[in-house]
Design a binder for this molecule. Structure first.
Ligand SMILES: Cc1ncc(COP(=O)(O)O)c(C=O)c1O
Length: 431
């Protein structure tokens, strides 16, 4: 857990006094500084064992993940992208089928569909949460629909109260893309255990990131779990006898060993992310930015795990703000500048500008700010003061102490029963 220090007493809204020269978007080196010795020892143990693929640490990790997420089955694989592919394969999605999913997401959500010869049918998003709009999902379902893939984007669970009945009425399964939302909940249940299959990523920028690629699937269905375990090893059981045509998507033991060092810290890191989100909201109010910037709210029906803190900058000024922040050393990212329905590789599907207005607006107006668990209060203040500089707003009164800024009621919902023990540089590629 990050200990907050009292922020500087007087920091002007303009000028450089008291502000930091740089704030990184992500600083994995701070996690490494705390856990580096344990991680190196864990990697060493795997190397000594010589069991590099699906070794004992993988089995242990799967059991620990199932317990943490309170699901009967957690099945690891080589990446979040493969998790999506395996989920759709296990549910029998194939050529000519349709799958309804948001366009405002990482590419992997849709590419898994097209790799099976199925057709992605894109639905628009809610402009406040950026999550898939259930009403548009309903409109997009046809007789050919074989699955719905909501994405729990930025760490917030999609509106499952609305989506589950839609899927049930259509007689199709839900594959949750939970790559960005490990430990997020919906009415107290973890994402990944709400639909038929949940897909997670261990990509290093995720809330639980490995030392490379990795992913896992969750399901409450015994039949699907059995199929997923087969599909990730070429459908092979026993050795050299193939029941199904699967793929090679196994988790390296080294990844599992690293992730087992990190998993006990995930709940505390998540709480720090929630504190940072609350801290930002207090700072944006303090600097009078309400009319200029829209900040994301918490989720009253569950736990938002804040993989990203994404603001909206209206009036065509998003890119100029990003450039202003970059010049002052503040790291930001745009998720996602070109929505999937307008990507060149999907041109043959016939989508055009204007088809998904809220998705297209979000792609032009949103900007992700640093929110990683180890982010310090003085860094958060620098980020917001730099935004105030750009918007020309002034700091209002004495600073509310972000140390005492509390998460909202939603942030205080009980975490999944779990742990509560005891967290570089950002990777070049982000998803
Ligand atoms: C929403 C979403 N889905 C799927 C993926 C794919 O995961 P991976 O990078 O582990 O393949 C990512 C990003 O990594 C993602 O953000």
């Amino acid at each position: 857990m990050i200990r907050r220090t009292t922020p500087p007493a007087t920091t002007p809204a303009t000028g450089d006094e008291g502000l930091l020269a740089a704030v990184p978007l992500l600083a994995l080196d701070r996690q490494q500084a705390v856990l580096g010795d344990a991680i190196r020892a864990a990697i060493g143990r795997v190397c000594d064992s010589g069991r590099f693929v699906l070794g004992p640490d993988v089995t242990e990790l799967e059991a620990e993940l199932a317990k943490a997420l309170d699901v009967p089955h957690a099945i690891s694989c080589a990446s979040g992208s493969d998790a999506l592919l395996l989920a759709l394969m296990a549910l029998g999605v194939g050529a000519g089928d349709e799958v309804v999913l948001p366009s405002y997401t990482f590419f992997a959500t849709a590419s898994a569909v097209t790799r099976l010869g199925a057709v992605p049918i894109f639905a628009d998003i809610d402009p406040v949460t950026y999550l898939v709009d259930p009403a548009d999902v309903q409109r997009k379902i046809s007789k050919r629909c074989r699955a719905i893939v909501p994405v729990h984007l930025f760490g917030r669970t999609a509106d499952m109260d609305a989506l589950l009945p839609i899927a049930s009425a259509a007689g199709v399964p839900i594959v949750e893309d939970a790559a960005q939302s490990i430990l997020s909940t919906w009415h107290g249940r973890c994402s990944g255990g709400l639909g038929d299959v949940g897909c997670f990523s261990f990509y290093p920028t995720k809330n639980l990131g490995g030392a490379g690629d990795g992913g896992f699937l969750t399901t409450t269905r015994d039949d699907v779990a059995k199929t997923l375990r087969l599909l990730r090893v070429h459908g092979m059981e026993p050795r050299y006898y193939h029941e199904l045509i699967g793929i090679n998507s196994r988790l390296d033991t080294i990844q599992a060993a690293v992730l087992r060092v990190k998993l006990p810290h995930l709940d505390a890191w998540t709480s720090s992310r929630q504190e940072n989100a609350a801290g930002y909201r207090a700072l944006f109010a303090e600097y009078g930015l309400e009319g200029h910037i829209t900040v994301p709210g918490d989720e009253p029906r569950g736990r938002h795990v804040w993989n990203q803190f994404v603001i909206r900058v209206a009036g065509g000024r998003r890119d100029a703000l990003r450039a202003h922040l970059a010049q002052r050393g503040v790291g930001t990212e745009i998720y996602y500048p070109v929505p999937l329905h307008l990507q060149k590789c999907f041109a043959h599907l016939g989508w055009a500008e204007g088809d998904l207005p809220e998705t297209e607006r979000a792609a032009k107006e949103t900007l992700a700010l640093p929110i990683f668990p180890e982010l310090r209060p003085d860094e958060q203040r620098t980020v917001v003061a730099r935004i105030a500089e750009f918007c020309g707003t002034a700091r209002r009164t004495s600073a509310p102490d972000t140390k005492t800024a509390q998460p909202t009621a939603a942030g205080q919902l009980p975490a999944p029963h779990f742990l509560r023990r005891a967290v570089g540089k950002a990777d070049d590629v982000r998803c």
